[in-house]
Design a binder for this molecule. Structure first.
Ligand code: ADP
Ligand code: ZN
Ligand code: ZN
Length: 816
């Protein structure tokens, strides 16, 4: 390498709160480019984040390889990454890595080739390296390195390459995992048919093939020519030999959604209400957007049409957009509507995409060939330029929060990104998060309400069925039981029977999978617990095993109590598998589909099940919270909630909010068509305010009450929280380190600041994946002070024992 030497600062995707200086010869590097650099005894892909000098750096190492010709990270993405690293207390390198498709942080695929010829004087390390290679064959550097176990081999490789002993294929700008198809292309254009005739001589088929090829624009898929068009491979080969055509690979962009029907044309004329909302949003956009908008529209109020109208205005101004949806597989209808309306402008980012497919979508957005990114959480990082709009549909949804590090909240980051890029931000929900509702109260967000369903349809009437009373009298009155007790009360059975008779559909919710959620000994009271987690094992009857829903540990169903040996075991706590059995026994003629994690492991199984419901091939759809989101089936006229109380008593400050949201959302699936609908909720807590509010479709009443509850003791959104979880395989280590960290924070950091420290205490789930967990909370109204405290904790804690981990979760979605 030659040329002037310069210095760059590089962020590495490691949990280190600093950047590193490297020298680079010759190349002029720009911020956002990826480089391969030596780090300790390894090579790492890092991101250039700035230029610098050599001052203060002890030993400057050199960039091994530049992996981009154009920056992979745009300036606006860099700005967002800086915010993310700072706010969520992670490193800039990790934030940047999170934003990019995984193939871009793939480690090197360089190959090294050993040449024949004189080798000169080699160092012992170089000799070892040469001995690992075979002359004339290329090997992956990484594989060579792994085999040698001698640390970084780059210095040796460089010397050997300089001496001409080996050659290294330099890294191309990341080998794109592109998919190709074989095409035939005209190599030489011939206008004169006589000339063509002379060239092909008696091979008439070659002339026909050439004309077919030329007649369709000059490039045709090989499969088409040899298939439908009926030319043999040897005819094509003849064209190749005469220099008239070439067969080559052409890149195709994969779009797994291409085969999925996009539904009917969804273009409706907006109602007056919708029109008003659209006008407000459009004029906010035109004026240069400021505060985000909260679109609070009841289920079926037509929020999607509002998004789409605003989106088309934004596109017409030459800008682009991001639409976030909770989980694509669960909201196929929303995605289909966007695709139907905006066609090839839409790139769908789906969790089932392969790394290559994800990369394709990324490139399409990056190049501006597609201007709308639709996807779950991580679509927030879509590399669109000229961002004009971010929509967060179902903004309350828990899936917007990433549970693994970096623990970002995509809805909150949507607000940040749109502010940074001057885009309009629209958060929509029928049951907004209390955070967003509170932001409306504080004047941070502006509120637009759609209080009515489109077409004047009423929200379905909700009826509560008191499970305590029903259990007492179900013997006399019917209802459907299983060995565990009453499952479906008589009124619910009656309502379902009625729907079956009228060929209408029922949705049945129970937010707990498996057959029985725990197994208990009647003699000694022992409950079967996961060996790695402090969680009871769920009985799955289908596979006759006990399963841990956190770590997936499985074991055979016991015949006797492992503690006292009694055979008197009771299987308690109702799950979907058991409901399925009871429904099947009660309505043998009904066509039943169950949708939960256990039935939807395949890539497209959600689509398959929902497709059957849509086509009317299912009478009763039973499932967990998966079925509560965004579904719009006009023939669903009954929603039954088997037990509304599941989860309501979890030791978590959001348990009540979640229960209300789930009940409201699932109730919103009923009566979306002209047939109307009913909702029946079975509960043992009919007086609970979350259930009462769901009964009355009263979001505002619920939010007002729940915000009051969050004042004393103070919980978000009244304060900000950071949950610090200290874990270790050794129970005492988790406890001792949590105590020590909390003590240190109290005395060294938070005293005299507006930050409270609460705890430490064992986490509600004390043990998970074999690790014991203790936690404490940092609580403050000051966003800044909170962040500063946690950052110091992280820096201090890095030096603790190696099996002890500390997880810092800012704005936690749950404290379990
Ligand atoms: P939400 O997301 O608010 O629950 P949707 O956007 O799913 O509501 O709309 C509910 C239903 O109403 C959908 O079937 C949609 O196609 C239909 N719809 C929306 N707007 C209109 C309109 N202006 N005229 C007729 N039908 C509409
Ligand atoms: Zn026992
Ligand atoms: Zn477990």
């Amino acid at each position: 390498m030659s040329g002037p030497r310069s210095y760059v600062r590089v962020a590495l995707p490691l949990p280190l709160d600093q950047t590193f200086t490297y020298a680079v010869d010759g190349a002029s590097l720009r911020s956002g480019m990826r480089v391969l650099v030596p780090f300790h005894r390894q090579e790492r892909i890092g991101f250039v984040v700035g230029h610098g000098g050599e001052e203060g750096v002890k030993r400057i190492r050199t960039v091994l390889s530049v992996m981009d010709t154009e920056p992979s990270v745009s300036e606006s993405q860099m700005r967002l990454a800086r915010w993310m690293a700072d706010y969520y207390i992670t490193s800039l390198g990790i934030a940047l890595k999170t934003m990019l498709p995984s193939v871009l942080s793939d480690t090197s695929r360089d190959v090294v080739t050993l040449h024949d010829g004189p080798r000169g004087n080699l160092s012992p390390r170089e000799v070892r390296l040469v001995e690992a290679l075979t002359p004339g064959t290329s090997r992956s550097l990484q594989a060579v390195k792994r085999g040698l176990r001698m640390g970084s081999i780059w210095p040796e490789i460089r010397n050997l390459a300089a001496a001409g002993v080996v050659s290294v294929e330099t890294l191309p700008p990341r080998p794109p995992p592109v998919k190709t198809e074989r095409v035939v292309r005209v190599a030489r254009w011939i206008d004169d048919i006589e000339e063509l005739n002379v060239l092909v001589g008696r091979a008439r088929r070659q002339a026909d093939a050439y004309l077919a090829l030329a007649g369709s624009g000059g490039t045709v898929e090989l499969a088409h020519l040899t298939g439908q068009a009926g030319f043999s491979r040897s005819v094509i080969r003849g064209l190749e030999e005469k220099g008239l055509a070439v067969v080559e690979d052409r890149e195709v962009e994969r779009d797994p959604f291409a085969d999925i029907p996009t539904g009917a044309d969804p273009t409706h004329t907006p109602t007056d209400r919708q029109q008003k909302a659209i006008r407000r949003l459009v004029s906010a956009f035109d004026a240069g957007p400021r505060e985000p908008f909260l679109l609070h529209g009841v289920t079926g109020s037509g929020k999607t049409l509002v998004y789409m109208e605003v989106l088309s205005h934004v596109l017409a101004q030459g800008r682009s957009a991001i639409v976030l949806v909770p989980e694509i597989s669960l909201t196929p209808q929303t995605v289909a509507r966007f695709r139907a309306r905006f066609g090839d402008e839409v790139a769908v980012l789906h969790s089932a995409l392969s790394a290559g497919e994800r990369f394709d979508a990324w490139r399409q957005l990056r190049s501006g060939r597609r201007r709308i990114a639709v996807g779950a959480r991580s679509a927030l990082f879509a590399p669109v330029s000229d961002l004009g709009l971010i929509v967060v549909d179902e903004e309350h949804d828990g899936s917007y929060k990433q549970s693994e590090s970096p623990r970002y909240q995509a809805r909150d980051m949507a607000v940040v990104r749109s502010a940074q890029e001057g885009a309009l931000c629209v958060l929509g929900s029928a049951t907004p998060s209390l955070e967003s509702w509170h932001n409306v109260d504080r004047g941070r967000f502006r509120l637009i309400s759609l209080p009515d369903r489109v077409g004047g349809g009423a929200l379905p009437p909700v009826r509560l069925i008191d499970l305590r009373e029903a259990r007492k009298k179900s013997k006399e009155e019917g209802g459907s039981r299983s060995e565990g007790g009453l499952v479906l009360t008589a009124p619910l059975v009656e309502a379902m029977r009625d729907r079956l008779r009228r060929s209408e559909q029922t949705i049945l919710l129970l937010n707990r999978r498996g057959y029985s959620s725990f197994v208990q000994c009647r003699e000694c009271g022992d409950v079967e617990i996961c060996p790695a987690c402090s969680i009871s094992l769920t009985y799955h009857r289908g596979k006759a095993r006990l399963v841990c829903h956190h770590c997936r540990h499985e074991q055979p169903t016991p015949e006797r109590c492992p503690r006292c040996g009694s055979t008197d075991l009771s299987f308690r706590g109702l799950g979907t598998e058991q409901v399925e059995r009871v429904v099947a026994e009660t309505f043998p003629e009904a066509r039943l589909a169950r949708m939960d994690v256990d039935t939807t492991s395949g890539k497209w199984s959600h689509h398959e099940i929902l497709g059957r419901v849509e086509r009317g091939e299912v009478d009763i759809l039973l499932g967990t919270q998966m079925i509560a989101k965004g579904l719009d089936f006009p023939r669903v006229t009954l929603v039954g909630v088997v037990n509304a109380d599941v989860g309501i008593h979890l030791p978590d400050f959001r348990a009540t909010e979640r229960t209300f949201q789930l009940l409201s959302q699932v109730a919103g699936r009923a009566g979306r068509g002209e047939l109307g609908g009913d909702v029946l909720i079975q509960t043992a807590l009919p007086e609970h305010y979350a259930i009462q509010a769901a009964l009355a479709h009263d979001y505002v009443g619920f939010a007002t009450r729940e915000l009051k509850e969050r004042r004393h003791p103070a919980y978000p959104p009244m304060v900000r929280l950071i949950n610090v979880v200290v874990s270790s395989p050794v129970a005492e280590d988790a406890a001792a380190n949590a105590e020590a960290a909390a003590r240190w924070l109290r005395t060294e950091v938070v005293s005299g600041t507006p930050v409270d420290l609460i705890g430490p205490a064992p986490s509600p789930i004390e043990r998970l994946h074999g690790r014991w967990r203790w936690h404490f909370l940092l609580r403050s109204v000051s966003v800044k002070a909170l962040g500063a405290g946690a950052r110091r904790l992280q820096a201090e804690f890095r030096t603790r024992g190696k099996d002890v981990r500390i997880a810092i979760d800012r704005d936690p979605s749950a404290l379990l």
